[in-house]
Design a protein around this ligand. Sequence first.
Ligand SMILES: [Zn+2]
Length: 360
Amino acid sequence: MTTASQTRLKPGVVTGKDYQALVQAAKDGHYIIPAVNVVGTNSINAVLEAARKNKSDVIIQLSNGGAEFYAGKGLPDAFEAKVLGAVSAAHHVHLLAAHYGVCVVLHTDHANKKLVPWVEALLTHGEQYYKTHGRPLFTSHMLDLSEEPLEENLAISARILKRAAAIETSIEIELGITGGEEDGVGSDDDDLANPNLYTQPQDVLQAYELLSPIGFFSVAASFGNVHGVYAPGNVKLRPEILKNSQDLVQTTHKTGPNPLNLVFHGGSGSEQSKIDETLNYGVFKMNIDTDLQFAFSHAVGTYVMANPKAFLYQIDPETEAPYKKAYDPRKWLRTGEEGIIARLDEAFQSLKSVGKSLAQ
Ligand SMILES: [Zn+2]
């Protein structure tokens, strides 16, 4: 049934039809492509290195806060920084990705109603880039209007998708509210009994009917997932909610299996058996943020604690030994990168994408 194994793409940033092929290959091949939130060249390069090492394609993603940080906290206009930081990061990835020999999807993360202008500004940059390069700057942008009424969520999504699709850009929408906190967007209400936290299949059907004629889109669905890391036992995933949405669209519109492209947010700390289950229900993307923040900081912290004097003195006050080799930022930043790579090794394994790169 699967012809996915024959799909081959050029390494580098994939957009448009190539992105759609990548999504389909993951769904057909029952693996998930990790979407990793980055904040600078250290995290971007570590993600590219980990993807190359694992022969896996990867999604590089910027939150609005990550993009702002990428541009520099000293820029006076925070909105401008969110836009320019994302554009700068995208240029960095466009230049380097092909040299790592894997396919890379460029994505932005949660944008609630206040941040729709951020996505629109990025589309303006995408349109300019498209004119000169024949492809967009970003593969896909996420909207998160799950806190708005469904009609408004879908109306804004349709308007943005129309503009995005004209430059072969995809969007990701969110239906149902993912619990937890991620960069100021999301909900602290993680009451798993709350039906608002579970995406309703009829809402997904309505989104499919409105958006699929306009362009390519994916859906972040809530099935008990929460952002951040919680004590074991607090995350009760119900992947059958994903299956119910797929089944409703399939039977209503007589499509093939798994017509929806689903995204798994808040995957930190999920049981492997639940992840495995989502592989059968058309999930192709899982966001990873919190665990990598810790992986980077833990590695740097371990290094600092092992070399405390190097962070207090250039020359040891007693022995007069120079500490230059130990405090050189390349030394401890590299340790942080290695922390990211080690954690991503686990992620690629867990999501079964090792060796699945479509790049040739
Ligand atoms: Zn999320």
